[in-house]
Design a protein around this ligand. Structure first.
Ligand SMILES: [Zn+2]
Ligand SMILES: [Zn+2]
Ligand SMILES: [Zn+2]
Length: 176
């Protein structure tokens, strides 16, 4: 059985990187006919629907849209809790962070800026929060707090009153 155009396309899309597919489509748009563009707009309708829905991440408390979400979109900083051990006669020690066990020179800052990255999420069940139940445990980042603790609901109401300023509106989105 010879491959159909559909299966050839499926294979091509699955084996190419997202960046290459995006670049190729952007390039081709330059010379595309109206009907080709219409077809593509239709095919990408789910994506454009995602782009229109602002979501709130319950881990890092940023506004995001699902079409931009990816495995390291949600960046979480280390917390400041840690222990520093000094060798006798040396005033530079080794600090080990409680959040993830990263160690570094006490005079320095950690090699990695972020404690961990993840996709943004709206599901609190996906998030390991720092709260009374687990606050003694290692590996829990004190920056990871619930929306209620962070005061998100309040902030969002205020933001609505002043209109569309700030937040994701300040990030310009390129029209494709
Ligand atoms: Zn996030
Ligand atoms: Zn950390
Ligand atoms: Zn929040």
């Amino acid at each position: 059985m010879s491959p159909t155009p559909k299966s050839t396309l499926q294979t091509l899309l699955k084996s190419s990187t997202g960046t290459k597919v995006q670049a190729c489509l952007l390039e081709s748009l330059g010379t595309a006919s109206d009907s080709q563009i219409e077809a593509l707009v239709e095919l990408l309708a789910p994506l454009s629907a995602q782009a229109g829905v602002k979501m709130h991440c319950v881990r890092c408390h940023l506004t995001y849209t699902e079409n931009k979400n990816h495995s390291s979109a949600c960046k979480n900083k280390h917390d400041d809790e840690g222990n520093t051990e000094y060798e006798t006669g040396n005033d530079e020690g080794i600090t080990t962070l409680n959040c993830c066990g990263t160690s570094f020179d006490s005079e320095d800052s950690p090699d990695t800026e972020f404690c961990f990255t993840a996709p943004h999420t709206t599901a609190e069940d996906d998030v390991l929060y720092y709260e009374s139940g687990n606050e003694d445990e290692d590996g829990v980042n004190t920056n990871v707090i619930r929306c209620a603790v962070n005061g998100c609901a309040k902030k969002r109401k205020v933001a609505k009153k002043v209109g569309n300023k700030g937040g994701s509106a300040s990030k310009k989105q390129k029209a494709v």
